[in-house]
Design a binder for this molecule. Structure first.
Ligand code: GDP
Ligand code: MG
Length: 387
């Protein structure tokens, strides 16, 4: 991961808004690129709930926007707009002949992709069975084995399972137990997972089992794909928070190094490149669609020119007052203050991203079009100062 930041001696003292904006765009593109791509293959008969499940975990935009590209017969490839998710969807898949055809094509495809870098390989396979089919045929078991033989970790998902008071339909539980009794190479631990991806408006059967499916997926995907998975999934916000924290900690360590120089107080702007990189990486880690991320990043540029420098001075002044011997120390930003300032900017920005993520698309557009991100950032920053 690149952390190229202008050194204090590079003479970059006062970055203009335009320069920060273009630096931002560049850093954001780099941040998205360095997240890589999580590639998921989803198998199951038509109507089993593949699209619904994918939409529940990755948002509605996956298969709806953008045209799919057929990779082999019966297998269509979709690329998430942000490039963080590659989805192989077995549209029109049936067991039997068409299943065999898919397997034949897949064998060639997976074989070829072994030659490619790991981020271009399929990282996980979900095999979906609808509970109301109430059966799992030998052919399906063969298909699962064949996928596993290709080196794909297979997570078996029973879909559209109704439940009441947290208790899944007994026949779905029975089906899961039957499938598990077959000793198939299922991940993790030979299990069949029960899910319902959509609330049933008639029976009131709630959504459940999605977090378990996501957790199971994390267990099987290689390390290179987890950052993209964390960014692109919309279910588990704690993982996004942890990813942001990691980025902040790295930037704080870096900023502390810059601060240790020490920087004359008037050159607080020297921290801007570090913070641009940090904010770009945090924004990417939250995985908002790229056009929305760019809008957010543009707001970030405003924050950092009129913002971090200003916010920085504002915060540093207040921090320095609290430091014993502040009068002397106020001539320079110390390592500690540079770190504290950078952490405050990062944590506040992460909260802005999280807020944007929680809005409906229409509300989000309104928020991004105005001074919303900047105002909210300043609010969060002031809250931190009070603590
Ligand atoms: N209640 C409920 N309905 C579902 C669920 N998954 C899919 N459906 C419905 O089943 C139908 C087929 O789903 P879809 O996702 O298009 O299946 P696909 O052909 O495998 O992609 C749609 O009408 C969905 O609304 C689920 O988890 N719960
Ligand atoms: Mg579909």
């Amino acid at each position: 991961m690149s952390m190229t930041v202008d050194k204090p001696d590079s003479g970059v003292t006062d970055l203009g808004r335009g320069e920060v904006e273009s630096l931002f765009a560049q850093r954001l593109a780099e941040a998205f690129a360095s997240l890589g791509c999580f590639n998921l293959a989803v198998f199951g008969k038509t109507g089993v709930g593949k699209s619904t499940l994918v939409n529940a975990i990755f948002g509605t935009q996956v298969a709806e926007t953008g045209l799919g590209k057929p990779v082999t017969r019966g297998l269509v490839y979709y690329r998430h707009p942000g490039g963080l998710l590659g989805l192989y969807d077995s549209e029109g898949f049936e067991t039997g002949t068409s299943g065999d055809e898919i397997l034949a094509g897949l064998r060639t495809f997976v074989g070829d992709s072994r030659e490619r870098p790991i981020d271009q390989q399929i990282h996980a396979a979900w095999y979906l069975v609808r509970w109301s089919d109430r059966r799992f045929e030998d052919r399906q078991a063969d298909f699962v084995r064949a996928l596993s033989d290709l080196g794909l970790p297979v997570v078996l998902v029973i879909t559209q399972v109704p439940s009441r008071d947290g208790v899944p339909h007994p026949e779905a539980v029975e089906l899961a137990a039957y499938i598990e009794s077959l000793g198939l190479p299922l991940r993790p631990a030979g299990r069949a997972l029960l899910t319902n991806a959509l609330e049933d408006p008639f029976t009131g059967a709630p959504v459940f089992g999605l977090q378990e499916l996501l957790d199971a997926t994390y267990l099987v995907v290689p390390e290179v794909a987890t950052a993209a998975l964390t960014a692109v999934q919309i279910l588990d916000w704690e993982r996004k928070r942890q990813a942001a924290k990691k980025i902040i900690n790295q930037s704080v360590a870096f900023a502390a190094g810059v601060g240790a120089a020490p920087i004359p107080f008037s050159d607080a702007a020297l921290l801007v490149p570090t913070q641009v990189t940090m904010i770009a990486r945090i924004t990417a880690a939250y995985g908002l669609p790229p056009d929305r991320s760019r809008a957010l990043a543009a707001a970030g540029a405003v924050v950092l020119t009129g913002g971090a420098t200003m916010a920085g001075r504002y915060l540093a002044t207040n921090l320095l007052k609290a430091v014993p011997g502040g009068a002397v120390a106020s001539s320079a930003i110390s390592a500690g203050v540079a770190g504290t300032l950078t952490r405050a900017v990062g944590m506040s920005w992460a909260r802005v991203c999280e807020y944007a993520l929680g809005l409906s698309p229409a509300d989000r557009d309104r928020f991004l079009a105005g001074t919303g991100p900047k105002d909210l950032f300043m609010t969060f920053l002031r809250e931190r100062r009070k603590d």
